[in-house]
Design a protein around this ligand. Sequence first.
Ligand SMILES: Cc1cc2nc3c(=O)[nH]c(=O)nc-3n(C[C@H](O)[C@H](O)[C@H](O)COP(=O)(O)OP(=O)(O)OC[C@H]3O[C@@H](n4cnc5c(N)ncnc54)[C@H](O)[C@@H]3O)c2cc1C
Length: 424
Amino acid sequence: MENSIVIDSLQFEDQVLRSPEPVAVYFCSDNCLPCLTFDGIFEKVAASKKTVRFVRIFMPQNRQLAEQYGVKSTPTLLFFNEGKEVCLRLTGYISYIEFREAVDRLDARVCPPAERGAVHCDVLILGAGPAGLTAAIYTARGRLFTVVLDTGSIGGQVITTYQVANYPGTNGVIRGIDLADNMRKQALDFGTRIDDMQEIEEIRLDGPEKYVKTRENDYYAKAVIIATGSEPKKLPVDNEHEFRSRGIHYCASCDGPFYQDADLIVVGGGISAFEEAMFLTRFARKVTMLIRSDTPRAVRSYVEDAEKNPRIEIMYNTVIKKVLGETFVQGAVLENTRTGVTSEMKVDGIFVYIGSVPNTKLFSPSLHLSDYGFIITDENMATNIPGVFAAGDVREKAIRQISTAVGDGTVAGIMVERYINSLK
Ligand SMILES: Cc1cc2nc3c(=O)[nH]c(=O)nc-3n(C[C@H](O)[C@H](O)[C@H](O)COP(=O)(O)OP(=O)(O)OC[C@H]3O[C@@H](n4cnc5c(N)ncnc54)[C@H](O)[C@@H]3O)c2cc1C
């Protein structure tokens, strides 16, 4: 008999918090490569351990519950006993042995608190996107002990991109998650250690020894590469936060499949906006692109493809003034930026691609940043602090693409090696 069940947030109290047995809770989602890999492992362990209850929860359909427990990505495994969360969470690429051992500890009710560890490395890379993973490939291959830390999942923004058409050396239709997974494997194969889902509490970059404190470890490094990328700019309307994940989205590959036969808006006129609008036409009845000026920033070929697509309509000189709806998005008030005339549009979902803000909040004030908060480097990716380099989207530069992030990561990886050699 199957020992694992799928539940939703309404059943959480009965099935998890009031369960007489300890419970392993698996937050999963469709279209998530690590989940597909982990599904079989979950079922295999569930089949062999009858004294533990195994439940699956689809995160996109149960976002509030996920938020309540601070679950930010899939797969994430939580463990409960007598109504309380116990043991350490597991996230990212979870191996069979790792999961089985965690379940054995849960079953035996022995979940010792994690011991703080001290990790001494040559290079500490912050961010496991294309820039960080590329830098790691170079430094680890150069036999430097390299640790990559990420506050989220491995792969960076690439894993939110359904299909990457412009990264050289691929077939032009590679899925973002596959490209990211190839980079991850290559970095691991050269001996990189990757610690994902880390909560960073403190960073000290000045001085010869760099220090990063997370909830679980103290990291000490001779050099640091900052490759923390950027995150999407939020839709600039007052009630954005009310509808985030309830109709306002920033990732078409993650949330697009929920909008079968729906009417959608895509906000933005850059390459990402056009790519994601095309992707959304797989599900949506109609996609209306709103571009604030009369000229899109994307190159002509993207615009032409969209113009040829019967499900896409492009509205120029148009912005969203207000989002309408009860709990979920039901419409939007649009404004013509030239005439100031407003109108209402009925819509089921809004996908936003209007640029990004750099992840540089955590860094010391002595690090030189541009007016928009991007890190200023020289052409060797060196920052103003000796031993601190920056690569990828987090850097002040004109073009932010996977290939430019990989290029930055290459330079940073090689320059860090030279820097460390110069210390000897
Ligand atoms: C929807 C979308 C579609 C795109 N499509 C394409 C495309 O088709 N082709 C293309 O070339 N480019 C595309 N891009 C751009 C491309 O994804 C980025 O240029 C590229 O991912 C940048 O890589 P990165 O390593 O610099 O940063 P990111 O990919 O942003 O990775 C940064 C990583 O750092 C982590 N992080 C953040 N803060 C911290 C911290 N304090 N400590 C540790 N880790 C941290 C993040 O969790 C993340 O994993 C797209 C972007 C988006 C959003």
